[in-house]
Design a protein around this ligand. Structure first.
Ligand code: TXA
Ligand code: MG
Length: 319
């Protein structure tokens, strides 16, 4: 297992030696490497078993660093960066030639964000290069929101996991791109689109396309538990339809006490979507370890972070 540590210097040294390391962010843990090290970047793809056509997000420590990786930054992008960074927003920007094609999978845009986590911000400040970091899970499985989740996924593929506690937001960053007409939503995430639209006006929908997955976070099946999972708007009915099976429930705010279910995860007893989002993946991880026949997940109200949660649930339940 990789070693879980609080020692930022130790992890910085390891990254300087072209190793990869798991790092905390406010959304999910990332598997990080020096964007200019071909060795480190190849290792990220290898460790994740991630296809090379799936580009990586570049993490920087300040808005001012954006110009080091991007050029011709659209004014809307600048405005969003200034408003929401550090924070769970990734911007797709025209890339500088100096950014290796391996990072962007040959695209002419680069994905950039400033993560809002004190440990990783100080790590980034200390390093002379930005960090490319996809979520620190094997391709297709649930993203990790604790150092222990990361440790459970890997044997000794890389030396260190930098511990930053449980991720406060709990689902990945929202991804926004740009065209002549304005801003485009590529991936629903921890920043609610209503907040973004206050600045950009109505977002354009990215046209989903399995053949050309610009953002494989948009693949129909992704973020999936190993256990069969269904999405339900009528929990009682779904339970009745699965009598005799070992059922796990994942509910928004209700607690359900009925002999017919083996285990219940309530995401936010107080009905907070923020809290529900931060608990979502940890609850999926726990449910996945109960040897259940089926997980029944409750559909969320389709607004604010509820949209992002429904998006992840839909992908987790796609057959
Ligand atoms: O919250 C997050 O964004 C986390 C933390 C670690 O920062 N990272 C993350 O990375 O979720 P990853 O690799 O799991 O998801 C990145 C997504 C992928 O779906 C990828 O296809 C998309 O970003 N992406 C990256 N560069 C892109 C580009 N130039 N054009 C379109 N999509 C891009
Ligand atoms: Mg991911």
């Amino acid at each position: 297992m990789p070693i879980i540590t609080n020692d930022i210097n130790l992890v910085a040294d390891s990254l300087m030696q072209h190793d990869v390391a798991a790092i905390p962010t406010e959304t999910v843990y990332g598997l990080a490497g020096n964007i200019f090290s071909e060795k480190a970047i190849r290792r990220i793809y290898e460790v994740k078993q991630r296809p090379l056509f799936n580009p990586l997000i570049v993490h920087i420590h300040d808005v001012s660093e954006m110009e080091k990786v991007a050029s011709a930054i659209p004014p809307l992008a600048q405005a969003l960066a200034e408003k929401f960074w550090p924070g769970p927003l990734t911007l797709l920007l025209p890339k500088k030639d100096s950014v290796p094609d391996l990072i962007t999978a040959g695209k002419d845009t680069v994905a950039v964000r400033v993560p809002n986590h004190p440990v990783t911000l100080s790590l980034l400040q200390q390093l002379p290069f930005p960090l490319a970091a996809p979520s620190a899970n094997p391709f297709g499985s649930i993203s990790p929101t604790t150092a222990e989740h990361v440790a459970s996924y890997f044997k000794d593929e890389f030396p260190y996991i930098l511990d930053g506690g449980a991720c406060k937001k709990g689902i990945e960053s929202t991804i926004i791109g740009f065209n002549e007409d304005g801003a485009i939503i590529y991936r629903y995430g921890s920043l609610a689109i209503e907040e973004i639209e206050n600045i950009t006006g109505p977002l354009q929908e990215y046209i989903r396309n399995e053949e050309n997955p610009d953002a494989p976070g948009m693949l129909l099946r992704h973020y999936a538990p190993a256990t069969t999972t269904i999405l339900s708007s009528d929990i009682k009915k779904s339970i009745a339809e699965n009598t005799g099976r070992k059922i796990g429930l994942m509910l928004f705010r209700d607690t359900y006490t009925n002999g017919q279910v083996t285990v219940v995860e309530t995401l936010s007893a107080s009905g907070s979507m923020e809290e529900a989002a931060s608990n979502l993946y940890a609850a999926m991880h726990r449910l996945d370890h109960h040897q259940l026949d089926i997980i029944i997940a409750e559909r969320f109200p389709d607004k604010g972070l509820g949209r992002s949660i429904n998006d992840r649930l839909q992908r987790a339940t796609h057959p």
